[in-house]
Design a protein around this ligand. Sequence first.
Ligand SMILES: C[S@@+](CC[C@H](N)C(=O)[O-])C[C@H]1O[C@@H](n2cnc3c(N)ncnc32)[C@H](O)[C@@H]1O
Length: 249
Amino acid sequence: MSEQPLPPGTRPEGARSEEEAARAVQQMFARIVPRYDLLNHLLSFGRDRRWRERTAEAFAARLAEPDSRALDLCCGTGDLALELARRSGGAVVGSDFVHAMLVRAHAKAHRQHQRLHWVEADALALPFSDASFDVVTAAFGFRNLANYPRGLEEIHRVLKPGGEVGILEFALPTGRVFGRVYGFYFRRVLPWVGRVVSGVRGPYSYLPASVEQFPDSAGFAAWMERVGFRLVSYRLWTGGTVALYRGRK
Ligand SMILES: C[S@@+](CC[C@H](N)C(=O)[O-])C[C@H]1O[C@@H](n2cnc3c(N)ncnc32)[C@H](O)[C@@H]1O
């Protein structure tokens, strides 16, 4: 796998340090909570539900074990945490650093109450002991961290030995024709629709910019190995527009 340097972390426009980047990301997501789910479904043509289902299915055997403990980082309004909880024989924790996201998640989770817990926390400084989870996931959240190496180290730290990680992220398709069509949609159409529907300027332009700054799939997988994950692999879905990265501690 390639030895690409891992960029330090996301840097929204104007952010000059890690702290400023984290604050900008937090403020950005807090502003789009009311229309967040609608825009996910709209902008992905409804595919986002299936991506999260497939992610949860990838860990179904592990989740089904009695007393399994799973953590969904950057859980937003909780859709992946809910998919994990449906397959869980134990407990699932959803965590995010935007309070309003967790309020939404909690409201959606009424049927899965016993299995689900919501914790307001920064993914770069998790309030969990070492080796406390069997599965850690993150859907479309990892790319927003202000320090990627530390994000991977935190996931590694809180996983039990043998525990599994699943990171679902956007990717950029490389095919000549589809790559161009998707590029036009992703860089031009998506920010416009996002701005009009959310009524907020910024977050949906940040989305393609942050995906372009993120390492390519082979590069990110190589970084997971460097942090100490074993059996690292990734699969591309929907024409190479999203990737599920997996690894084991
Ligand atoms: C694009 S949303 C993804 C939400 C959800 N996982 C989903 O699949 O829809 C990214 C989420 O990551 C959260 N996030 C970004 N950086 C974070 C950090 N350092 N700690 C905790 N949450 C963070 C944001 O608040 C936001 O809710």
